[in-house]
Design a protein around this ligand. Structure first.
Ligand code: FE
Length: 251
């Protein structure tokens, strides 16, 4: 059974599931936030992790107490098993309004469609049984309709693909400079532009963040590492900044 508690207080708990992905698929983290006995599941993933994740979650929360499913964007490692989650829980799912009509292509049944709620571009706030969760815009980081979650009770920022690392041999970042090599390639190619990274940095600097938890790879624990990431990101050239005629030439 997987599931590592990364925050715990009297009425609030955050659990990370990181070992469920099959070897050929990109490693993905799933997170469960529980407040006063109700839960939000973040970026639940695809069919290969569905059954195991459901079993593992049950050790922390009865599935019928799952209130929200948060989908940071439309990628298969996030959304593919949505139909199964809606079939076996009473949860409502939240995703950018841009992707709503694409979900039936993942096998979302007609009678579940009304339980998927569109998020407007400016984001929103959700109440998890007394704990406020901020749904923050993170468009083009990397998807055009993309959100992150800031949990005001644990002070964790769930940053989706931003801050992701691949093939690093640890679950928690120790040395930021050493860690850059596991993030750099992914961010330069998947993130859209430095302009949005700067907008994001200005927004999240207004929050009190203790942990930054991405959807792939290692977690940034402590303000020092979180601030180092924000600083690195706001200075990174990526995506359209790096496109040139060499790439845009007839193959
Ligand atoms: Fe993605």
């Amino acid at each position: 059974m997987s599931g590592q508690v990364i925050f715990e207080s009297e009425n609030h708990k955050v659990v990370l599931f990181e070992e469920l992905t099959p070897a050929s698929a990109v490693q993905a983290n799933q997170y469960l936030i529980i407040h006063n006995g109700e839960g939000m599941l973040l970026d639940p993933g695809g069919h290969k992790v569905f059954s195991q994740l459901k079993r593992d979650i049950s050790a922390h929360l009865p599935p019928n107490k799952l209130r929200y499913i948060f989908l940071s964007h439309q990628d298969p490692d996030i959304v593919a098993a949505l139909n199964g989650w809606l079939l076996t829980t009473n949860a409502e799912a939240y995703i950018s309004k841009l992707w709503l009509r694409f979900l039936p292509h993942f096998g979302l049944e007609k009678n579940f469609e009304e339980r998927v709620k569109p998020i407007e571009d400016k984001g929103t706030r959700l109440d998890l049984n007394g704990c406020e969760l901020l749904i923050l815009p993170a468009h083009f980081l990397h998807s055009p309709g993309n959100f992150q979650v800031y949990d005001t009770c644990s002070k964790i920022l769930f940053s989706g693909d931003l801050g992701a690392s691949l093939n690093q041999p640890y679950f928690f970042v120790e040395n930021f400079e050493e860690h850059i090599k596991y993030m750099e390639g992914f961010h330069k190619r998947y993130m859209a532009s430095n302009k949005v990274l700067k907008l994001w940095a200005n927004m999240v600097r207004k929050l009190d963040i203790e942990i930054m938890a991405p959807q792939h790879g290692a977690i940034f624990k402590g303000k020092e590492l979180v601030n180092k990431f924000i600083e690195w990101a706001e200075n990174l050239k990526c995506g359209v900044d790096l496109m040139n005629e060499d790439i845009y030439s007839i193959p």
